[in-house]
Design a protein around this ligand. Structure first.
Ligand code: FES
Ligand SMILES: [Fe+2]
Length: 441
């Protein structure tokens, strides 16, 4: 048998395809239920273009935690797909999500990551917009426009938004289902991270760039506990966790719409501040408290590109958990800007907050040991997926793990739950949801 790297076989060149041919090609080659995922979807510019249109212009997208903008005038700038938006706590007391595009001639209005402003002045000609989006002032208005400019029609474009558990989401799609329905059963698990107590972010998010497909982040989050055994084997060697297979025990759960999680339990120790037990019990249902009490870790994917993580480890003589969340923000077909927030119980002691922040930095911060391992995996896979379409397009990745397993029916939380986290069932479900989105009419 000869291995040909120049014969592209039955695969037509993706570059030559029209949009509808590409959609047909995706339907024929991406086979989530069979565990067959073609390499080209992880870096081809044409697939990325389709994702921007069919997913990032259509879905609900996470933007900010409410505690980032507690005061009137506070704002952060964020991305929705390739579009910049300003999330403000307006002078009217409301949250606004505003397209960061001046309505005069399209200049990017705000260039800061965060701050506090009553208004934003466009750097091009100086149109001045209130933090509610209204156009307030135009230089020399009377002289240059006479009475012809109606400022009330030239406010910044306000984007549809809503929130759950302090998480602000927005969508460009006026026809999208309500956020509550979009999140569905994943809310039960989001409560464990964001509603177990009053939570507050620890400063602005960290950001760093990795040359990888955004889908590898989501795929890893929703389904891949298996890699921890090898990729993160050093953490067991360092004695930070008891054994190499620590990540196997627990449940893999899919809740629909591309959302799912891996729940590590039981934990022989309580990994949260003891003094807040009453607050946890008050805010959570008895079933949720039962899970939190025994929780070792929880890795949640909110489709398309958000990850929420509760992680715990032995640190300075006790079990310490840290809670963080992040976006795999696409910056092109083969590049992401990882944006990571650290969050902690507002009523925890200063000492606990410091320990929790330190464990996050050690593991999942920009220089954390887990982070380094994962970045290397995803950079190589993204690069290799390009080789696949330049040289031999018929390259597929294998997602068949756990196809012989059946879900359990006695897990306390909602969703389709598999016992034991080593499984690719959630990745298959994620890619089914992805395929339905990118091929939708
Ligand atoms: S583009 Fe903003 S004032 Fe002209
Ligand atoms: Fe990892």
């Amino acid at each position: 048998m000869t291995l040909s790297i120049i014969d592209t076989g039955k695969f037509p060149r993706l570059e030559d395809m029209t949009k509808s041919e590409l959609i047909q090609h995706l339907k024929e080659t991406v086979k989530p239920e069979e565990g067959i995922i073609p390499a080209y979807i992880f870096s081809h510019p044409k697939v990325y273009e389709l994702e921007m249109e069919k997913i990032f212009l259509k879905s609900w997208l996470f933007l900010a935690h409410k505690s980032e903008i507690p005061n009137k005038g506070d704002f952060v700038t964020r991305q929705m797909g390739e579009h910049s938006v300003i999330v403000t706590h307006g002078s009217d007391g409301d949250i606004h999500v505003l397209l960061n595009v001046c309505t005069h001639r399209g200049m990017k209005l705000c260039r800061m990551d965060h701050g506090n402003e009553k208004s934003f002045v466009c750097p091009y000609h100086g149109f001045n917009f209130k933090n509610t989006g209204d156009l307030a002032g135009v230089p020399f208005q009377k002289e240059v426009y006479g009475d012809t400019l109606d400022k009330s029609k030239m406010g910044l474009k306000e984007i549809r938004h809503d929130e759950y558990a302090g998480l602000i989401f927005a969508t460009f799609n006026e026809e999208a289902v309500p956020l509550d329905e979009y999140l569905g059963d994943i809310k039960w698990y989001l409560d464990l991270a964001f509603n177990r107590a009053e939570m507050e972010v620890q400063g602005p998010p960290m950001k760093w760039v990795v040359n990888a497909s955004w889908k590898l982040g989501s795929d890893n989050t929703i389904s891949d506990s298996y890699h921890t055994l090898v990729s993160h084997g050093s953490i067991a060697k360092l004695g930070l966790v008891p054994s190499g297979d620590y990540s196997k025990y627990g449940y893999q759960i899919y809740t629909g719409n591309g959302h799912g999680l891996n729940l590590g339990m039981p934990n022989p120790h309580f990994a949260f501040p003891e003094e807040l037990t009453e607050e946890y019990k008050e805010r959570l249902s008895p079933e949720q408290w039962g899970v939190l009490e025994k929780l070792k870790n929880m890795i949640v994917c909110v489709s398309p590109h958000m990850m929420i993580l509760i992680s715990s480890m032995d640190f300075k003589g006790k079990q310490v958990s840290n809670t963080s969340f992040r976006l795999w923000q696409p910056k092109g077909p083969d590049k992401i800007e990882i944006t990571q927030w650290q969050i902690v119980e507002k009523n925890a002691t200063k000492e606990w907050k410091e320990l929790s922040n330190q464990t996050n930095s050690l593991t999942f911060g920009a220089s954390g040991i887990f982070e380094q391992d994962d970045s290397e995996n995803w950079t190589d896979i993204t690069q290799n997926s390009k080789g696949a379409y330049h040289l031999q397009e018929n390259t597929f990745f294998n997602y068949t793990q756990g196809m012989h397993k059946k879900p359990v029916d006695d897990f306390v939380g909602p969703g389709i739950a598999y016992e034991n986290k080593f499984n690719e069932a959630n990745a298959r479900a994620f890619f089914r949801n992805w395929l339905d989105q990118v091929t939708a009419e």
